[in-house]
Ligand binder design. Sequence first.
Ligand code: CMP
Length: 139
Amino acid sequence: MAIERTFGIIKPNAVKACQVGQIISEIEGAGLALRGMRLARLTPEICKEFYQEHVAKPFYPSLESFMVEGPVVLLCLEAEHAIQLWRDLMGATDPAKAAPGTLRARFGADHTRNATHGSDSPASAQRELGFFFGAYDLV
Ligand code: CMP
């Protein structure tokens, strides 16, 4: 398979808890190469556009208020099968259901404050990378 890129976020709870270094270390250890990385502060408007498929869902208001409460780290990760590799490293969306040792099991608190985000398909990886990164932000 060809090299693939995916998009990730280290969410406000993990940034606030000073867990960025540990998460980046896990990413590099799993063979995912960093091709883009920056801190950002999301606004409600950016959040609504980014999570457009979730805006009408009952959990969206708590997702938005969490995602704007502090800085996040935006990531472009590259490997063969990067999308699946990053999703496997994160574990299930709900930390209570995430396999032991995964990032969400280790650093997530609940379904909303779940430490990390990752694209779920090649189409969403392309959209999400393009949403936050310009061509000159990626190496
Ligand atoms: P993320 O991978 O960022 O994608 C959407 C986010 O919505 C998800 O992680 C969770 O943080 C949040 N969320 C909260 N409740 C739910 C739910 N019931 N189902 C899916 N996602 C949820």
